[in-house]
Design a protein around this ligand. Structure first.
Ligand code: B16
Ligand code: MG
Length: 212
């Protein structure tokens, strides 16, 4: 097989939590009188909570102290976590369950490589936690995507070399992170439109062909 392991981004790839990030940030931006739309939201894909806030605050003429920024980030996370309460297996992307099952049967090692600090909660709520041999997330990294840290750590946790892993990403920042880690990348969703990844896929089932 071409790869020994697959590292999945979480938000926007495995689970449709990206819409909840958008709604939570929109609530904060509206309250602050800052313009925020889906296009700006695409810049936040794969980017850490604080780095996302910094991008949103670029739309304001006001200055915010570190303490104010901390509070805004906490506020966003608490709105986001309210949305996560209702999360179930139905929030998984189309074909995710069947494909994870197939890839596992093929003998591939599977990991999550996500910037989110809520990753384990999301994996458990959607009942896919058991598929993964490793979870590298926002809690074990210092630098956010496009830095390759999260993916290098995921490969390390799997006991594999970077070149043996394929990354699956929906974010431009994530594709750049995979490339910087010397990993091939399959882009889906927003990232696929940019045609900067090794593969651009329309659905999850195509992953089986790529790794075969
Ligand atoms: P949290 P991913 C990323 O997850 C999201 O795409 C990004 O929008 C979010 O700001 C980031 O996680 C941090 O999430 O606030 O839950 O720690 O795409 O890398 O799986
Ligand atoms: Mg993502």
């Amino acid at each position: 097989m071409k790869y020994k392991g697959i590292i999945f981004d979480l938000d926007g790839v495995l689970v449709h939590t990206d819409k909840y990030h958008y709604l939570a940030w929109k609530q904060i931006a509206d309250r602050l009188g800052i313009y925020f739309d889906e296009k700006i939201n695409n810049k936040l894909r794969g980017v850490s909570r604080m780095a996302s806030l910094e991008i949103i605050l670029e739309g304001s003429t006001k200055n915010f102290s570190d303490e104010q920024k901390q509070k805004l980030a906490e506020e966003k996370n608490s709105v986001y976590r309210q949305y996560l309460e209702g999360l179930t297996q139905r929030d998984l992307g189309e074909g995710v369950l069947q494909t994870l099952d197939k890839l596992k049967t093929m003998g591939l090692k599977l990991a999550v490589g996500s910037s989110s600090r809520n990753a384990v909660l999301i994996l458990k709520k959607t009942c896919i936690y058991g598929f993964f041999d490793a979870v590298s997330d926002g809690n074990n990294i210092v630098k956010t995507k496009p830095d390759p840290e999260v993916f290098i750590k995921a490969a390390d946790m799997l006991g594999l070399l970077c070149g043996q892993c394929l990354v699956v990403e929906d974010a431009v920042s994530g594709v750049l992170a995979a490339t910087a880690a010397n990993m091939d990348c399959a882009a889906i969703g927003d990232a696929a439109k940019h045609k900067i990844a090794t593969y651009n896929i329309e659905n999850f089932y195509q992953l089986v062909e790529i790794v075969s």
